[in-house]
Design a protein around this ligand. Structure first.
Ligand code: GTP
Ligand code: MG
Length: 440
């Protein structure tokens, strides 16, 4: 989903993370890369500039919060600005004790009718009583299309193929379901002779029906015209939430971002396929996290707090100078476990997440469990001087821990590798993580 936008943002981030020091030139280059990526993803130039200008200003002016590096700070700023734009969490809260009325808005082919069915399915599953109203009198076959969808999901539909006035149908449909349903979704036309006619019709429906919310359906694959489209609807019928469709395909996503900016509302759901179940609740923070190739940075900070990672400073210093005992290694495994899975930890390190395979991480986690029992079967002397572990000792340790000699040898190899790694300081990300965990 939105591959090019994601790739572009991640490349810009990787460059930032990879820079030896962050100065004004690096920040400005980062901002230029962001601009290019956003514009290539069909975000309007104006929106791209205002967003990146804010990022640049904050990146140059704000001091890093305690405990995090300037690079992390900049990543957090970008994250916050994108999340602010995308407007928090999605989903639609309904009052179960009344008949909630939704009017679907959007131009032809944006996915209104399909999404009407998806919403009906979604809320029926959650115990709501849903009724659909077929108020598209413009396109031949529109009523039949909604009828078919309603039939598939077993939801009642109100239609009147003899009536040409969509406003009358919308009103009658609302009345028809008002006392028996608690969610009424009105599907409207998207096709019209001219845009003005469509907007006028919607305005009339909205003023007569007085819905609880107007939902704008935006095709995720449209480019910059997303802004004007959204604005046109919003000015005549105030939009209370957006659903972006077709995000399963080649969507660049910029149009959707622009629509949010134009209406100042939230994305509620996203459509990820043609089937009636292809609807996902939208989460701004999760979405941006996915785009940037990391989880929520705030979640990482929270996680670290929750785990109350207490790191013995002396131990970390000793480890980083290359003096490593098996107990240190064990402590390292334990710390990572406290953080959650390896996978989670790695996902939260900007710049690293994209380059590590999930299977490798899961394997690493399983191996860590085996290593732990092996270390626990070692004597104190062996733990402190792993280099002294010879063949007879390996045999004994394997027996004592219920593992194989191969496992023990593997752990010893890992031990040596870790020791070398720490000595050479090649693995900068790892050292950074250690530092963040409370080391130097
Ligand atoms: N891949 C994909 N296709 C979708 C999605 N949502 C809708 N479509 C397809 O988009 C096309 C148009 O969808 P409709 O629901 O008929 O659009 P509409 O807005 O009701 O169109 P009009 O009635 O002409 O105004 C159909 O072929 C749908 O199957 C989606 O999330 N993903
Ligand atoms: Mg339709």
């Amino acid at each position: 989903m939105l591959d090019s936008l994601r790739d572009g943002l991640q490349k810009a981030l990787q460059k930032l993370v990879g820079a030896s020091a962050v100065d004004e030139t690096v920040v400005k280059e980062f901002v230029r890369n962001l601009q290019r990526t956003l514009i290539q993803a069909d975000v309007s130039v104006k929106l791209a500039l205002s967003l990146t200008e804010r990022v640049q200003k904050r990146a140059l002016e704000e001091k890093p919060l305690g405990g995090i590096t300037r690079k992390d700070q900049i990543v957090t700023i970008l994250y916050e600005e994108l999340a602010k734009l995308l407007g928090g969490e999605g989903g639609l809260q309904l009052d179960r004790n009344k008949a909630n009325v939704i009017v679907m808005l959007g131009i032809q082919g944006s996915g209104k009718t399909t999404t009407t069915g998806k919403l009906a399915r979604y809320f029926t599953k959650r115990g709501h009583r849903v009724g659909l109203v077929a108020a598209d009198t413009f396109r031949p076959g529109a009523v039949a299309q909604l009828k078919t969808i309603a039939g598939t999901i077993g939801v009642e539909i109100y239609s009147d193929e003899k009536e040409r006035d969509s406003i009358k149908i919308a009103k009658a449909g609302k009345k028809h379901f008002e006392s028996t349903k608690n969610l009424i979704i009105i599907d409207t036309a998207g096709r019209h002779k001219e845009e003005k006619g469509l907007l006028d019709e919607m305005k009339k429906i909205v003023s007569e029906v007085k819905p609880d919310v107007n939902i704008l359906v935006i095709d995720g694959t449209i480019g910059q015209q997303g802004y004007n489209q959204a604005l046109a609807f919003h000015q005549t019928s105030p939009v209370g939430g957006i659903i972006v469709t077709k995000l399963d395909g080649a969507a660049k996503g910029g149009g959707a971002l622009a629509a949010v900016a134009a209406t100042g509302t939230r994305i509620l759901y996203i459509g990820t396929g043609e089937r009636v179940d292809d609807l996902e609740e939208f989460s701004g923070t999760r979405f941006v996290g996915r785009l940037l190739g990391m989880g929520d940075i705030k979640a990482l900070i929270e996680m670290a707090k929750q785990a109350e990672v207490v790191v013995d400073e002396k131990q970390v210093k000793r480890m980083m100078s290359g003096k490593l005992t098996m107990d240190d290694l064990l402590a390292q495994f334990e710390q990572l476990k406290k953080f959650g899975s390896f996978k989670k930890v790695v996902e939260h390190i900007p710049g690293v997440s994209g380059s590590v395979k999930t299977e490798d991480l899961e394997k690493a986690e399983d191996r860590a469990k085996v290593y732990k029992v092996i270390i626990q079967s070692m004597t104190k002397v062996e733990r402190e001087n792993p280099d002294k572990i010879n063949a007879p000792r390996i045999k004994r340790i394997a027996f004592g821990s219920g593992t194989t000699e191969k496992d023990v040898r593997e752990l010893l190899t890992r031990y040596k590798q870790t020791k070398n790694l720490m000595k050479s300081g090649k693995n900068r990300e790892f050292r950074q993580l250690m530092r963040r965990m409370g080391g130097q």
